[in-house]
Design a protein around this ligand. Structure first.
Ligand SMILES: [Cu+2]
Length: 151
């Protein structure tokens, strides 16, 4: 009896874990999203960190990143960088057949009021929420402070 319950629970967990590993999500509006290359540089300050990632949309419908939640902060915002200044926005577009790139010097995530300062080698959990697609959960590595995969 209890053995059977355990097997059912394990199967259910495998399904959840499988979808989380893929980092993929689709919607009834035609968006097909994949999140990749996510990282958080080890922050210099104790109360604030940034985050970067790319969301690909291989579908034929647009979507929007509308919010991000995390285990290290209850206050995660999306920032758009224009002309050297950054400002918070309520959504970022992910065009059909295109991508939303959050990278150094450009649009990015900001984690405010950190519950603890993440250090290199640690993983930060992120959940991306979209206007149309199901959320994508990610375990994001904390990299060196100056890490930049673009260089
Ligand atoms: Cu910012």
């Amino acid at each position: 009896m209890s053995r059977r319950t355990t097997a059912v629970a394990a199967a259910a967990f495998a399904v959840v874990a499988g979808s989380a590993l893929g980092g993929c999500s689709s919607s009834d509006t035609g968006a097909r999203l994949t999140a990749e290359g996510a990282y958080v540089p080890q922050p210099v300050m104790a109360d604030m960190a940034s985050g970067y990632l790319t969301v690909q949309n291989t579908g034929d419908g647009d979507d929007q990143l509308t919010s991000v939640t995390s285990d290290i902060s209850d206050d995660v915002s999306m920032h758009r960088t224009e002309g050297g200044t950054m400002r918070p926005v309520t959504s970022l577009r992910i065009p059909a057949g295109g991508e939303l790139a959050l990278k150094r010097g450009g649009n990015h995530l900001m984690f405010m009021k950190l519950k603890h300062k993440p250090t290199r080698g640690e993983k930060v959990s992120l959940e991306l929420h979209f206007a149309h697609s199901e959320p994508i959960k990610l375990d994001v590595p904390v990299e060196a402070t100056n890490y930049n995969p673009e260089k």
